[in-house]
Design a protein around this ligand. Structure first.
Ligand code: TPP
Ligand code: MG
Length: 307
């Protein structure tokens, strides 16, 4: 078995085991999970020949950090009452989420190849009624954080220690409802709520700064009363530190926490990183294998650097 094949077989160790790992092991564990998420995403994209592959590659490190290190869940019982809730606002990021659910052991890896087919549990846009481990039907952008606020409040009333995580895109910052929810979370001092925003500087109609300028984003969240961190969303070490801070500090001071993650669409596959039409990518039949090879070569080189 090669090192890469071993990685594909490895799966995710339990949370208990994670706590015993050293910082370096933790970094390797999450980086390897991100690699597998990207690999799954390419395989799913190939089923349809096109799709939101660039977002999955860009957000893989965020998803790997959350599912591989932060979330408290039971793979064999996705509806376990004590679970942390992960809400995907952006239904069009479903490929990335399914890959993360497979990595988490909630969806079998073999099932990923049914993505987008009739009768599949993995529809092209994320829907809670179809897919285990999927809390909401996202896709109507700007609603995820509002639901997350309600859930966080409800869990607190119930005396639950479960946390709520909401994954948003930078396009969702154009939505007024996102900011109403942000105000509500601060008002209710929801320390059990963590939002992460994928700032890939892109939207359906072009670059975020040309569609509707949202910067300065950091200052906006701060002024809404949130504990705010901004990190390179493709740097696993930075993500781990930010999520640790969010867990410690936000809960301690009873205010919601946001992690603003600057990411690159197509990250890890040079062929896709500079595609012009990046929101919904068309990838030619002969390109998929090249994509996988580039991904593996980049991962092996990065791992070699840290050994
Ligand atoms: C309320 C709402 N308005 C418009 C859309 C259409 N839409 C689908 S994806 C998208 C882009 C949103 O920005 P972002 O998620 O940052 O795009 P990406 O980074 O994936 O390119 C839009 C406008 C939608 N799904 N929901
Ligand atoms: Mg975007």
């Amino acid at each position: 078995m090669t090192a890469t094949q071993e990685l594909h077989a490895a799966g995710t160790p339990s949370k208990e085991r994670m706590t015993q790992e050293t910082a370096t092991d933790r970094l390797h564990h999450v980086s390897a999970a991100a690699y597998r998420i990207r690999h799954h995403a390419l395989n799913m994209g190939e089923v349809q020949g096109q799709g939101y592959v660039g977002q999955a590659l860009g957000a893989a490190d965020m998803l790997a950090t959350v599912y591989g290190d932060q979330l408290n869940f039971r793979a064999e019982d996705p509806e376990w009452e004590g679970r942390d809730r992960f809400l995907l606002s952006t239904g069009h990021y479903a490929i990335g989420h399914y890959a993360a659910l497979a990595e988490a052991g909630i969806v079998p890896v073999a099932e990923l190849e049914t993505y987008g087919s009739d009768d599949s549990r993995l529809p092209m846009s994320g829907m809670s009624t179809y897919t285990p481990g999927t809390e909401i039907s996202g896709g109507s952008l700007g609603h995820g954080l509002t639901i997350a606020v309600g859930m966080a409040l409800g869990l607190r009333y119930q005396g639950s220690t479960a946390r709520v995580f909401n994954f948003l895109s930078d396009g969702e910052l154009d939505e007024g409802s996102t900011w109403e929810a942000a105000m509500g979370a601060h008002h209710h001092q929801l320390g059990n709520l963590t939002a992460m925003v994928d700032i890939n500087a892109l939207q359906a109609d072009g670059r975020t700064d040309t569609v509707l300028r949202t910067e300065p984003v950091t200052e906006k969240w701060e002024s809404f009363g949130w504990y705010t961190q901004r990190v390179d969303g493709n740097d696993v070490g930075a993500l781990l530190a930010a999520f640790d801070n969010a867990a410690d500090q936000a809960a301690a001071v009873g205010r919601p926490s946001v992690i603003l993650c600057d990411t690159k669409v197509g990250r890890g596959v040079p062929l896709l990183e500079d595609r012009e039409k990046a929101h919904f990518m068309r990838i030619e039949e002969h390109e998929w294998q090249t994509c996988r090879e580039q991904l593996t070569a980049g991962f092996d080189a990065a791992e070699g650097d840290t050994k």
